[in-house]
Design a protein around this ligand. Structure first.
Ligand code: FES
Ligand SMILES: [Fe+2]
Length: 361
């Protein structure tokens, strides 16, 4: 078996070694493949707790409205009304539709078909094509998730959590001026603790032990003991931390405390565009968890996030330099990052192999 390599991640090499195809019509940059892969991946666009009124999100440049109709259907749809461009998120939610605030046209929550035009005497004359695009919906981990185009991967389903009875609490949305990849890499990076999280975590060792990282397809895992320090969690005692990420956009830590049970923090950035995200995130405690309540867990994890944000927002370039725009150097502490990038490249290759739009690169 080859020794692990910590050299700068070479996305070009990774892609070239995974395809022999050379005859497709166009040559895609890695950035284009990354963006195409994200258009076919699930992202959160709203918190379930906010669905008492229509929510807005922008996912890779697409403006969306998210709402729960009176009959309980949760819809993710294009926000623009096809009549004269009214903003549907400012409209009224009906039993099975949403109405435009401008002239009251109603669009079905189930499929986006125009269900009513108030100004029209004969409702049989509704133009058949006057519909809004409707996207798939999954409700999971306290959030509403959707995908813009034909999914290239399944919705996230963390195996470790399937047998846990979890209660979720969604955190406040946070804006960050970097892409999904940089955001995920920050979430599970451990070498920055002694520099960025002195207040929330207390002193952490600077030297990072050899990391126990494994990768299986799109999923990357790492186990690491948490030694109670002097930070906010000091009273809770020792725990095992299970870091589990999945490309492109899920990052989680499950804490298994010797004395308390399981608690979780998870981050799932939503790409507003390629280099900007809204970070959706949340905490969960297993029912019967003997440590801090969800509100307190949220408070401390938010403190951690807010220590990260000013540092992460200064990173250049603002997304992983897939096309080797800049040089990067890696050390053993970056092992998880390198494996996450390999998973992301695997996702890009899925897109490339599934499409005739891209040539081998
Ligand atoms: S702009 Fe929406 S109903 Fe006219
Ligand atoms: Fe951090």
């Amino acid at each position: 078996m080859a020794a692990p390599s910590y050299q700068a991640f070479d996305a070009r090499k990774e892609i070239m070694t995974t395809t022999a195809e050379t005859t497709r019509p166009a040559t895609a940059t890695k950035r284009e493949l990354a963006e195409a892969a994200m258009r076919r991946s699930w992202f959160p666009v709203a918190r379930i707790v906010d669905l008492d009124r229509p929510q807005t999100a922008t996912l890779l440049g697409t403006n969306l409205v998210i709402y729960r109709a009176g009959n309980g259907t949760v819809a993710v749809q294009d926000r623009r009304c096809p009549h004269r461009g009214g903003d549907l998120s400012k409209g009224e939610v009906h039993e099975a539709s949403i109405g435009c605030p401008y002239h009251g046209w109603e669009f079905a929550a189930a499929d986006g078909a125009c269900a009513r035009i108030p100004s029209l005497a004969d409702q049989g004359k509704i133009p058949g094509r006057a519909a809004i695009k409707t996207y798939p919906v999954e409700l999971r981990y306290g959030h509403v998730w959707t995908v813009l185009e034909d999914p290239i991967r399944d919705m996230y389903d963390v195996e470790r959590w399937r047998d846990l009875d979890l209660e979720w609490l969604a955190g406040p949305k946070m804006d960050s001026a970097v892409g999904v990849g940089i955001t995920i890499e920050n979430f599970r990076d451990v070498a920055h603790f002694p520099f960025v999280h002195k207040v929330s975590m207390g002193p952490s060792p600077e030297v990072v032990e050899p990391l126990d990282v494994t990768r299986e397809g799109l999923d990357i895992k790492m186990e690491r003991p948490l030694n109670a320090s002097t930070g906010e969690w000091a009273e809770d005692g020792d725990a095992m931390m299970y870091y589990e990420c999945s490309a492109p956009g899920l990052a989680t830590i499950t804490y298994d405390y010797e004395r308390l049970g399981h608690r979780i923090v998870a981050g799932f950035p939503c790409p507003v565009d390629y280099e900007t995200v809204v970070i959706f995130w949340g905490v969960a405690n297993e029912v019967g968890y003997k440590g801090a309540g969800l509100d307190e867990c949220l408070r401390v994890e938010e403190m951690v996030y807010r220590e990260d944000l000013p540092i992460v927002d200064g990173i250049e370039p603002r997304e992983i330099p897939w096309d080797a725009e800049v040089q990067e150097f890696s050390v053993p502490a970056d092992m998880f990052t390198l494996n996450y990038r390999r998973s992301f490249v695997e996702l890009m290759n899925r897109v490339k192999d599934d499409s005739h739009d891209y040539a081998a690169v």
